[in-house]
Design a protein around this ligand. Structure first.
Ligand code: ATP
Ligand code: ATP
Ligand code: MG
Ligand code: MG
Lengths: 460, 460
């Protein structure tokens, strides 16, 4: 008698927490910190707020072992979490506010929740969270997760008046290993500060060391806007849902109202190719007609590329500013390419080079402003720098004192893992990334040539 | 007004189907074929049945484009799917029969479902499936998936008498690209046949080419048995559930009955370390006491290693047989290491070398008998062969005509992705894999020395 069962999303990621980056105490400490900090930053710069984020990690009880209990406290001045949504936001996998077509660090609806889940199963201590959306009321919750059923368990809920604070503060206790993860965690913060020059961040580590990153610019880049789907990203499921929910009276107006880059003229052309009556009621569309509309959209070549207002690149100026602030290099050059797209999802590639003080090529990868520190060899950037681009052509040796920075931002970064460790080599992305790298490397080689020339002249 | 929402598991993997290996038509064709074939093989050798599997892939309508509709038909003689479970088995993500502590190819409860989902969104055609569990009744279903709600939609269900068949036959229509995936698909079948010498498999490809693999051995390796968790794999959530469901009268008997490798003496020692009364009723255990039991189990050093009866390695004999059948090499040597474990999950590493007819080191990676063909550079085996093991010490050059085979089988293969593409470098796994590789490479270098000696003598 074979037994079948269903498991919930939280159960699945409890069983396979390594898929989400919680494979062992050292890695889990890193992942919990990054997930909470990225949530805090999203809650700030996603809404035009200059971030002030405090991260304090302490040993809760001294122990001779490296693996021990740590408390992670993360506090921000972001938009806060509405109290009626908070338990699910942090206590349910696949629940969140970032499932929209808009760039944000978060995307899967589970990172914060996984941190709380891991904390709970290793220490049995609940999440403690304070949040105020700026309405004068701070809500305090003690939460645990019902892992088998993927729902929050509210152990405590209090609210109190607090007029001058808006933001979120989270406290979790988990089994970690700072000895094995401190280098990565500290490097994460340095790289984060480099790419978030408008943020104040303070990291107080378990050894009492304080890493303070003060903002060097006082303006947040313009936050992105949510956009409608692009016709190149449509499939049958998406169109079926659009039709089901649409209040449009005709197929013509449905296309115009539901997709970006589709005006009246374009919509009429599409429907002509699909052989569908523009005045038909959407509810009367047959599946075969929907298929023909999709195929027409697939083959149609005259759409404008996706609207990039859903993206928020850092930009040449801020990237160079961040690099100067953190690394103070002799030479720096950054660029931000024009928007491109893959499968209807817009993306922008940014890149930079800087001279370094120590030898050895150092690659800093970013995606949606998140520093990626793991699985470098699997990333499209590594593939380009090791197989596609001949560094010698740019006068770059193996131990060149150079920093190469890459950033891809998109409404859907093509991560290959739920732990957001590396980016897949999608053809359009690889092409854009290659062009960006070639350009910045060329600028670096010009700097090197000029430098050599000057030094040669000095010797004369 | 920020809008929050929940998405279902099928919705999540619809949005992020690249995480499951369905990133584009070429890759999706490969993934659908492999997921269905692996389900068929599990349904056979997991139950001691000699597999007979037919895979027929046809173009449903001719088209000048490479990307077009294909029909995939997979038929097996396995144990079948009970009719009352079938709609959910194939129409619901995170539903299946393989969530147990027993080796099988399937593990996530979603591979077959994802193939049907991808087929549905690219062609709108339902899954057609016939299944008979050997009770004389074949059930026929036409199914689609309600993606937003993660549940099956039964469009049709018929049953008819069929006395002489047991097994499952699945037919799906999906958008694929055989031009871009044929090499990988054909290589997948060759490698699968090599590692499944007891299976009859026929692959009829869209060009009418027939790849027939006849079994060369008539015995299936003994199927694995489900086992209880090992104390080294316990965490608070697991213990809490065991306590909640246990009908044991005392904590002492709960430990003995719920865990493998825990007898009376061991259980008493554990409870002594944890300072918990052995005669206490499980329902009266406080959380702090459970934590102490967990910590005691973590630090206890005298457990026997995990019971490997939940594993089913192929074994030296069958591996060499499979290699000889497929490759007919001059030299072959395989080994199967003793069981090991990581985090309470037992695993066995197997490895083999064979001389090849063409130059160039060829690495064949397997996990739970599945050939892994993607993301080689991210796999622990690649790391070992490129960074940890000096191939020159074994007289192996870059273009050596050698085949190196690795296999890890476990109740939990440490995959890093839901698409089962590559294995993480868990320390215990890396150590075992390294020892296995060093041993087989040493055997190969002995063969090479002997060969050189013979040829030198011939020349004299
Ligand atoms: N510090 C915070 N301030 C405001 N809202 C937050 C904060 N942390 C979490 N949230 C809310 O909780 C939701 C769930 O967070 P969670 O990290 O689990 O998923 P996510 O950020 O949406 O996606 P990802 O899994 O990619 O991180 C978020 O979408 C956001 O709405
Ligand atoms: N050909 C088959 N014969 C018998 N049972 C099958 C067959 N195909 C699927 N099943 C049943 O359907 C369930 C779901 O299959 P699915 O491929 O979605 O998940 P899985 O095989 O359990 O895990 P994975 O996602 O790792 O493949 C299986 O667990 C199995 O019980
Ligand atoms: Mg998040
Ligand atoms: Mg499966």
């Amino acid at each position: 008698m074979i037994s079948f069962k269903e498991i919930s999303p939280s159960e699945f990621f409890y069983q396979h927490r390594e898929l989400a980056g919680f494979s062992n105490p050292a890695r889990a400490l890193y992942s919990a910190i990054r997930e909470l900090v990225e949530n805090s930053l999203d809650a700030c710069d996603g809404y035009g707020i200059l971030p002030d984020v405090l991260i304090r990690v302490t040993e809760t009880k001294p122990s001779p072992s490296d693996v021990k209990e740590f408390e992670i406290y993360v506090k921000d001045n972001g938009i806060g979490i509405p109290s009626e949504k908070l338990p699910k936001a942090l206590g349910k996998v696949f629940y969140g506010s970032k499932f929209t077509l808009k760039q944000s660090r978060g995307t899967f609806g589970m990172g914060g929740t996984m941190s709380i889940l891991y904390a709970q199963i290793t220490t049995n201590k609940p999440l403690r969270v304070w949040s105020n959306t700026g309405n004068g009321e701070t809500h305090y919750f003690e939460l645990m997760i019902d892992i088998e059923n993927n729902k929050p368990i509210v152990l405590k809920h209090k609210k109190f008046s607090q007029q001058n604070w808006r933001g979120t503060a989270i406290k979790i206790n988990l089994l970690g290993d700072y000895v094995r993860s401190s280098q990565k965690i500290q490097e994460y913060f340095r790289r984060l500060a480099l790419f978030t020059p408008y943020a104040n961040m303070v990291f107080e580590d378990p050894n009492g060391e304080v890493f303070a990153f003060k903002r060097s610019v006082d303006k947040v880049p313009p936050p992105p806007h949510e956009v409608q789907p692009h016709p190149k990203g449509v499939d049958l499921e998406l169109l079926r849902r659009i039709v089901q929910r649409s209040s449009s009276k005709t197929v013509l107006s449905l296309l115009i109202n539901s997709f970006q880059r589709v005006g009246r003229k374009t919509a009429l052309e599409i429907l002509k190719i699909a052989n569908v009556d523009p005045n038909k009621r959407p509810s009367e569309l047959k599946m075969e007609e929907m298929m023909r509309i999709i195929n027409a959209m697939k083959t149609y070549e005259k759409f404008l590329p996706p609207d990039p207002s859903c993206l928020s690149p850092l930009g040449k100026e801020l990237i160079e500013e961040g690099i100067k602030k953190e690394l103070n290099p002799q030479f720096v050059y950054a660029l931000s390419r024009k928007p491109s797209s893959y499968e209807g999802y817009p993306f922008i590639v940014e890149a930079a080079v800087a001279s370094n003080k120590t030898p050895g090529i150092k690659v800093l990868r970013y995606a949606n402003r998140i520093p990626l520190l793991y699985d470098e060899k699997s990333d499209v950037v590594f593939k380009l720098l090791n197989e596609e681009i001949d560094l010698k052509r740019y006068k770059i040796n193996e131990d060149e004192p150079i920093i190469i920075l890459t950033h891809i931002c998109s409404t859907k970064v093509p991560y290959k893992t739920v732990g957001k460790e590396f980016v897949a080599d999608i053809p359009e992305v690889e092409k854009e990334m290659k062009l960006a790298l070639q350009k910045v490397l060329r600028e670096y080689s010009l700097f090197i040539s000029k430098k050599v020339k000057i030094e040669t002249q000095k010797k004369k």
